[in-house]
Design a protein around this ligand. Structure first.
Ligand code: GLN
Ligand code: ZN
Length: 759
């Protein structure tokens, strides 16, 4: 039996990777120094792997993104980047002005660059697997290259294709049609084969091809192609194992009959793979790489239980190895430096480094090693103790009734009451919440955190910013105001700090893309509010103006999707617990006279399961969690906000959330979203379609803004429409925000007159 690990985080314990990359971008180090730094990091990884597991993966340390690396391997450089000129082109494609589009990697918070396939010719351009392999070999490590497999590569890429009739003549889109996919597979496979052959020639014995796309919905013809591909690749003479993760494989029987030597299955994200092994068996001549240690959640594994699964498996399968369920880069590097966690939590946590150790212990315990068995025993006593329980929260959950998920009055009646109270003009204007997080704001926050200024000084500073932002909004004539969110860093971490049952780490950074990192909070116990979370700032802002100020909360689904979460209670229940904590805040805000409350759900779409068959269950609890926290009085106007993703195929579910107003990002796909409303004939809620793109520093002209609103007016009644930017303004500078919002408000005013004239 082997212990096999993969996908160890590249960030480094002190975020060395980030520093290296950013120093290079800033011109502080040369390209040669960059490469040297990466080589060091690579060697550290190899040493770490070899300490705990039996195979050392290579080709894992990408300079930016492994999908980009794969695109370069097969020669996909869109013509707008010209000839490939090494690092310069590499970073142009990753983060230049015309960079590749970036999108979510499966259902995780990692973002990859979407390869663009122009024409249908692939060629071996950058043989990084070989470069890496040779580097390690020279240093004395015989490694196993990890490469994104051809099927997953093509399924996640976009291809340029000719469009009939309409302009533009070409468009770029996912490769759905069988014919195109078949042609591309036939052309890309020889390049993969060439890579494998060069590896073989260099002394490589084994490769791991990662094919997570096999857990998404597949068609029988996909599997026909896969069989051909892998038959061809086995011609390389290498030992090939195919890795799947994040869910169960969509067709177990076809998967296990692929003509390869090893198969990795995720045995933790649900029970289906395990059940299928029991039901259908596993081929005698293949290695089962059992993904038993969870690569996505930071909990120490119950090794006793894992050992039992392993023993069962080994009765049915001859050749079993233990592995992590999915890449470890979804986890922080190590729990070692965390010294401020709630009591008892640290010994229950296992980040990437600790997971390597778990793999080793599991394997050795299985082989009967006394020390390892003792560790398993010791752990048992830690995990046995109940943890993070709050009976009061449990009681609230069990006593929930149907009506807790329903507002007292239907939307139409609420809207009438709210209209009376608010007396807003048609096409009311508002913003999404945050205003520029200037250098000064960030400095003051650090000063406060590190004790350089007192709490009073910090609060006074925030109050000053609120005064300014309220004055500015009144001056340009916005209708519904916000307090600016100056007191918040991250919209999820901010609430995590203020809730019991959720921990935050000091060093638990995870890469979300490029060199960008974030610290996911850890939901470890029953969740409740420590006390009011937003009341002070919101009510202060409201005290400064007669116009309505929006209370601003992050929704339960987003808090859950952007955090790690416990596994001893169902996700549905965790979502309801968070929702109840937020509901308490909603009630406090109402009591303090706040008339409009926005509950942001930018990650509502992200938690959607990879297989369609699992969608109804997800949306059932996600919608209900939102309804639970937004059960305000009929006269309170509930807003929500969504961004970052495509909503067209989930618009029916969004509607069920029963908010009064939604603002939605659309500036990158205006056309599409509007046509979704064309199809949804009975849509009757108020909606603000983002009228300009806040991701760009450009100041939108009044005419451009009006055009977006006019377009929306063609498919939606004007009295449903709001006018707002497409997301929060925190990453923008005041110099951009001032004129942009002014143009937006002026555009709305002029449109009101136009509409008035027509009516
Ligand atoms: N209210 C938040 C803000 O304006 C929303 C952020 C988001 O949608 N990601 O910053
Ligand atoms: Zn947004």
């Amino acid at each position: 039996m082997k212990a096999i690990a993969f996908g160890y985080p590249k960030l480094g314990e002190k975020r060395e990777f980030k520093r290296l990359l950013e120093d290079f971008w800033k011109g502080k180090i040369t390209e040669e120094e960059l490469h040297a730094g990466m080589r060091d990091l690579n060697l550290q990884r190899a040493r770490l792997y070899s300490e705990f597991v039996d195979l050392i993966p290579s080709n894992e340390l990408s300079y930016y993104d492994f999908m980009l690396d794969t695109a370069l391997m097969v020669g996909c450089v869109p013509s707008r980047f010209g000839e490939y000129k090494g690092m310069e082109t590499y970073f142009e494609m990753a983060r230049g002005k015309n960079a590749l589009e970036m999108t979510k990697w499966f259902n995780t918070n990692y973002h990859y660059l979407v390869p663009e396939i122009e024409g249908e010719d692939f060629r071996l351009l950058v043989n990084k697997p070989l470069e890496d392999f040779s580097f390690f070999k020279e240093k004395g490590f015989l490694t196993v290259p990890h490469i994104i497999g051809p099927f997953t590569f093509l399924r996640l890429s976009k291809a340029l294709r000719r469009k009939e009739g309409d302009l533009p003549l070409y468009e770029i889109g996912r490769i759905e049609e069988k014919d195109t996919f078949e042609r591309l597979v036939a052309k890309i496979t020889p390049v993969y084969l060439e890579v494998l052959k060069t590896l073989k020639d260099a002394g490589c014995e084994r490769v791991h091809l990662e094919e997570p796309a096999l857990v998404m919905d597949t068609e029988p013809w996909h599997w026909d192609l896969l069989e051909e591909v892998y038959r061809e690749l086995s011609g390389s003479g290498l030992y090939i194992a195919v890795f799947t993760y994040y869910d169960s494989v969509s067709d177990y029987r076809r998967f296990v009959s692929l003509p390869v030597s090893g198969l990795h299955l995720d045995l933790v994200s649900n029970r289906e793979n395990l059940e299928n092994i029991r039901k259908y068996g596993f081929p005698e001549d293949k290695e089962l790489i059992a993904g038993l240690i969870n690569g996505r959640q930071p909990w120490r594994a119950d090794l006793k239980e894992k050992l039992k699964v392993l023993e069962d498996l080994s009765k049915a399968v001859k050749n079993v190895s233990v592995s992590n369920s999915c890449p470890l880069y979804h986890l922080p590097v190590t729990v070692e430096p965390e010294d401020d966690l709630p009591h008892g939590l640290k010994e229950r946590l296992s980040f990437a480094k600790e997971k390597l150790k778990e793999l080793k212990v599991l394997k050795e315990a299985f082989l009967g090693n006394e020390e390892a068995l003792k560790e398993v025993k010791k752990l048992e006593s830690v995990l046995k103790v109940p943890f993070g329980e709050n009976p009061e929260v449990r009681r609230r959950i069990t006593s929930l009734k149907e009506e807790d998920f329903r507002r007292e009055l239907p939307y139409k009646e609420r809207a009438r009451i709210q209209k009376e109270i608010m007396r807003l003009p048609i096409l009311p204007t508002t913003t999404i919440g945050s205003f520029p997080q200037t250098e000064e704001v960030r400095k003051m926050r650090t000063a406060y955190r590190t004790g350089k200024i007192s709490e009073k000084e910090y609060r006074d500073f925030i109050k000053k910013r609120i005064e300014e932002v309220i004055a500015f909004q009144e001056e340009i004539g916005l209708d519904v105001l916000v307090h600016g969110e100056f007191e918040r860093t991250d919209m999820v971490e901010f609430f995590a700090f203020k809730m019991d049952g959720i921990a935050t780490t000091k060093h638990g950074w995870v890469l979300s893309y490029g060199s960008r990192v974030y610290r996911p909070p850890i939901i470890y116990g029953d969740v409740s509010r420590k006390g009011p979370m937003t009341l002070e700032e919101i009510t202060y802002a409201q005290s400064l103006t007669d116009k309505p100020v929006k209370g601003m909360l992050t929704g339960p689904v987003t808090i859950l999707n952007w955090s790690y979460y416990r596994e001893d209670v169902p996700k549905r229940e965790i979502a309801y617990q968070i929702a109840l904590a937020l509901l308490d805040e909603v009630k406090d805000l109402e009591r303090a006279g706040i008339k409009v409350i926005q509950i942001d759900e930018p990650a509502f779409r992200e938690g959607v399961p990879l297989k369609r068959r699992d969608w109804p269950e997800y949306f059932d609890w996600a919608v209900k969690a939102f309804r639970l926290c937004s059960r305000a009085k009929p006269e309170t106007q509930i807003h929500t906000h969504m961004c970052y993703s495509e909503f067209n195929d989930i618009i029916e579910y969004i509607y069920q959330m029963d908010f009064d107003v939604i603002s939605i990002e659309a500036s990158r796909s205006k056309g599409e979203i509007i046509s979704a409303f064309e199809r949804f004939k009975s849509w009757d809620r108020q909606i603000g379609i983002g009228v300009y793109d806040i991701h760009s520093p450009a100041v939108p002209a009044k005419e451009e803004i009006k055009e977006v609103v006019r377009r929306a007016m063609r498919v939606l009644p004007v009295d449903l429409l709001w006018v707002n930017p497409d997301c929060g303004l925190k990453t923008r500078r005041w110099e951009e925000v001032r004129p942009s919002l002014k143009n937006m408000v002026d555009a709305a005013r002029e449109l009101r007159e136009e509409v008035g004239v027509r009516a």
